[in-house]
Design a protein around this ligand. Structure first.
Ligand code: X8Z
Ligand code: ZN
Length: 617
């Protein structure tokens, strides 16, 4: 997640950590401003009071954000009983402050406010990911649960072959093993970590729902969907529209991958029809599938570029991968990262302490204390993630000059799309320019390249959408706690066409085995990002005067594109997102036609391959 204030529970638009649930300001300030707030309900509020209120809110939030940011940084880098305690306290205080400020905006409803002030009021009202009701104790209970959930996830292990393996170790097996029994055991083993989360997860949802209702929303799903500058129903319809644009691509990919797995493993393991076994796809959550490229590589496609091998052969280290990512951004005209980035970031998993390994990007002081925290491995997947995280950091820095409440992405999908957009320019030509390959493979390698990309970018789309479809149902009370897991698998089967390798036990809580569920990071942002990053790429390539196929276009070194990109980033969330989108792409709508255009050559190939097959599941 991007720079917004979400840690442990609440999230107001405070630019702190991206990809975590962020923090909030501390108690002392909250108390102070509670006293300062005019309490007399009799006096009709004025526009001047509204302006003053927003100024005060920004000052309070900003003053306290740094304390919370540093507390949460320490906890994520050193998970212990005490740092959990501190993080939960900071989270609770932050939620209380955010909720109090959100409630205070109610006084100004109906006033004809200057647009900038109205916009900030809206951010205050809708920008909390996990609101608590203001009754005493609620914010602390919520923060205690969410801290416990995230640290349970981050410290979870499963004993395999006599050794307690943590998530990175279990992932290494899922990513590379071709033994279906081993895959099923490790897959199910990781999910023993989330089973004990179920009750507390349900309680957390109950509290946050109460918080959303207190703020005037029907439920928390409505609140989450209210952050996009349109009615929640309209936003949901947008998601459905985008999905229907790309669904045919997914179905073709699913069909060919299933056939490849069937051929590789045989009917017993992967039948030729029906859904795909989720543990065979080279990813713990079956969300991105490029690790099984070798199984499904297009017939006759030449070897192409295997980035993981190239990084290894060229003695890349995590640090060098990050330097390479930074150099891409500076080639577009961005300033190099500050020295403190290199001093304070976490690049690799420490051997001797518990950390949150799920990658994130932080701006700890909301000015220029930029950092990433990653358990980086030297492989193609993490090379991508490095660019993803740096995208968050360069965005954070670009909008640091905005007023505090505008220091965030135009919407959360923008924040997720920035680094991925840049990484779409990691083409063979770019790899040649930075000396990783000597010669660019000829066009016969393109199909392979597109297949690798599709296994990540197309395969992800239904997963990116269904994570929050599941949460929206939970938050609307449409799924009772005892049905959490079956509702989860119904969506997984419906949209992704995947099934668990083994029957799920009654106590299973499989959604909790994916970081963003225990960590309360909304997920729709990634679905939007995977659509929009191709819009950015297409627009940037057009700006660059590129007229070849999109998958061969790289904007590396193009400062003119960099300037226009920077101009969009500097806006932060000061303007409605369609304005930001228009500034860079010329269109005001999110649209799947760019991703469709990018993969057009692959789709023609897949349709041919699948011609005699019964696709779907
Ligand atoms: O969580 C992330 C980033 C941090 S915001 C590493 N991503 C999603 C995931 O891992 O599930 C990036 C792609 C989708
Ligand atoms: Zn991210």
């Amino acid at each position: 997640m991007p720079s917004r204030l979400t840690i442990l529970g609440a999230s107001i638009a405070l630019a702190l950590a991206a990809c975590t649930d962020e923090p909030r300001p501390n108690v002392a300030a909250a108390d102070e401003s509670a006293e300062a707030a005019p309490e007399s309900p009799a006096a009709a509020p004025t526009v001047e009071e509204a302006v003053e209120f927003v100024e005060r809110a920004e000052a309070e939030l900003s003053e306290n954000a740094e304390f919370v940011g540093r507390t949460l940084w320490v906890q994520a880098n050193f998970i212990t009983f005490d740092t959990n305690w501190l993080a939960a306290r900071a989270g609770a205080d932050s939620t209380e402050l955010a909720v109090r400020l959100a409630n205070e905006t109610k006084r100004f409803e109906g006033l004809d406010l200057p647009p900038e002030v109205a916009r900030k009021m809206d951010i205050l009202r809708t920008g909390i990911t996990m609101p608590a009701p203001s009754r005493p104790g609620a914010a602390q209970e919520l923060a205690d649960i969410s801290t416990w959930l995230e640290s349970t996830y981050s410290t979870g292990t499963y004993e395999y072959q006599g050794e307690a393996l943590d998530l990175p170790a279990l992932e290494r097996i899922i990513d590379s093993s071709r033994d279906p029994e081993e895959l099923a055991e490790v897959w199910a083993g990781w999910r023993t970590v989330s089973a004990p989360m179920a009750d507390r997860y349900a309680r957390m949802m109950e509290i946050a729902s109460e918080g959303a209702r207190e703020l005037g929303f029907d439920d928390l799903a409505e609140m989450w969907l209210s952050k996009y500058g349109m009615e929640p129903e309209e936003m949901e319809a947008e998601v459905n529209r985008l999905w229907s644009q790309v669904e045919p691509l997914y179905e073709q990919l699913h069909c060919d991958v299933r056939a490849g797995l069937n051929e590789f493993y045989g009917d017993e393991v992967q039948p030729a029809e029906g859904p795909i076994r989720a543990d065979l796809l080279g990813n713990m959550w079956a969300q991105q599938w490029s690790n099984i490229y070798d199984i499904v590589a297009p017939e006759g496609a030449s070897e192409g570029v295997d980035l993981t091998s190239l990084l290894e052969e060229n003695d890349y280290t995590p640090r060098r991968m990050i330097e390479t990512g930074e150099a891409f951004f500076t080639s577009l005209g961005f300033e190099p990262l500050p020295d403190t980035f290199w001093e304070r970031s976490l690049f690799t998993q420490p051997p001797d302490r518990e950390v949150v390994c799920h990658a994130s990007a932080w701006d700890v002081d909301n000015v220029d204390d930029l950092r990433i925290k990653m358990c980086t491995e030297v492989d193609a997947e993490d090379f991508q993630t490095v660019h993803h995280e740096l995208g968050h950091n360069f965005y954070q820095r670009a909008y640091a000059g905005q007023d505090f409440l505008f220091r965030d992405g135009a919407h959360d999908g923008f924040h997720e799309a920035i680094g991925d957009f840049v990484a779409l320019s990691i083409t063979p030509e770019y790899l040649r320019e930075i000396g990783l390959i000597d010669e660019v493979p000829d066009a016969s390698a393109d199909l392979g390249l597109l297949m690798r990309q599709a296994l990540d970018k197309i395969a992800f789309l239904p997963f990116g959408m269904l994570m929050d479809q599941w949460r929206w149902r939970v938050l609307r009370g449409e799924v009772a706690p005892e049905d959490y897991n079956s509702a989860w698998w119904a969506l997984r089967e419906q949209y992704q066409g995947v099934v668990p390798p083994v029957e799920r036990p009654p106590e299973a809580f499989d959604p909790g085995a994916k970081y963003h569920i225990p960590a309360n990071v909304p997920y729709l942002r990634y679905f939007l990002s995977f659509i929009m990053q191709f819009q950015f790429h297409q627009a940037a390539c057009e700006m660059a005067g590129w007229d070849g196929p999109l998958h061969r276009c790289s904007i590396y070194g193009n400062e003119e594109v960099g300037r226009r990109f920077q101009a969009m980033l500097e806006l932060g969330q000061s303007q409605p997102w369609p304005d930001a989108l228009e500034a860079f792409t010329g269109t005001r709508e999110m649209d799947g036609s760019a991703i469709i255009a990018y993969f057009e050559p692959l789709m023609s190939y897949l349709e041919e391959r699948n011609a005699g097959r019964q696709c779907g599941w």
